[in-house]
Design a protein around this ligand. Structure first.
Ligand SMILES: C[S@@+](CC[C@H](N)C(=O)[O-])C[C@H]1O[C@@H](n2cnc3c(N)ncnc32)[C@H](O)[C@@H]1O
Length: 216
């Protein structure tokens, strides 16, 4: 009997997980994780964004495209989706896994969002979905990213961000070679007038998905 071939999607996912794991081992402070987001976290990040009605969506930190694929599955045919990724090899992986005419996969930093977006979309984005490891950044860097996101959002737009639960008590920075603590909610509340959180225990590691509205 010929060997049973694994379905293409399973092989593709295994490759993506492996690639992400490799990047994470090399530069954990940038990837902020060793594995892509679980389907439970993806759902919690995308449900509040009401993507079906969106005309422009931005994803910050596409990694290997786990959230990107699901965003593309939920938005309408005329929606423009920007996928911003700092790591060139991960940006390439997003493009390979998510070939779609609605996707503009961009290599660059989320802090440069104003420059990366077309002028017509600046101030008119319906949802920004961020899986950046804010806890591992310094305060100035994370504040500049969140401010750039606030400026890009349109009226009624939502900024989605997750944070790993354990960072409230302990987290480790490879680059600084030190342990630290970081709480996402007070930081997000300094930048947005309304912040709601949903705890996702079934993620590795458990995380809170925050929906932030009304940039200050
Ligand atoms: C925790 S991973 C999330 C990957 C994927 N979205 C997921 O949920 O599985 C964070 C991603 O953000 C990227 N990243 C880190 N800093 C960034 C920045 N300043 N601008 C854009 N992407 C960045 C990393 O390279 C990494 O791919």
């Amino acid at each position: 009997m010929p060997p049973v071939k694994a379905p293409r999607s399973a092989v593709d996912r295994a490759r993506a997980v492996w690639r992400f794991f490799g990047r994470g081992l090399r530069d954990f402070d940038t990837t902020a994780s060793l594995v892509p987001s679980s389907p439970f976290l993806v759902e919690a990040m995308l449900r509040p964004a009401r993507l079906g009605a969106a005309r422009c969506v931005v994803e910050l930190g596409t990694g290997t495209g786990t959230l990107t694929r699901e965003i593309l599955a939920r938005v309408g045919p005329a929606c423009v989706v920007y996928g911003v990724e700092l790591d060139p090899s991960l940006a390439d992986a997003t493009l390979r896994r998510c070939a779609d005419p609605r996707l503009r996969a961009l290599r660059g930093s989320a802090a440069d969002l104003a420059r990366l977006l077309e002028p017509a979309h600046l101030g008119a984005v319906d949802a920004i979905v961020s899986s950046l490891g804010l806890s591992l950044m310094d305060e100035e860097q994370r504040a500049s990213i969140v401010r750039a996101a606030g400026l890009a959002l349109g009226p009624g737009g939502v900024f989605m961000q997750y944070a790993y639960l354990h960072a409230r008590w302990f987290a480790y920075s490879q680059a600084r070679a030190s342990w630290f603590r970081w709480r996402a909610r007070p930081f997000l509340e300094r930048h947005f007038g309304a912040v709601d959180g949903e705890l996702i225990v079934a993620n590795l590691p458990p995380a809170v998905a925050y929906a932030c509205r009304a940039p200050r």
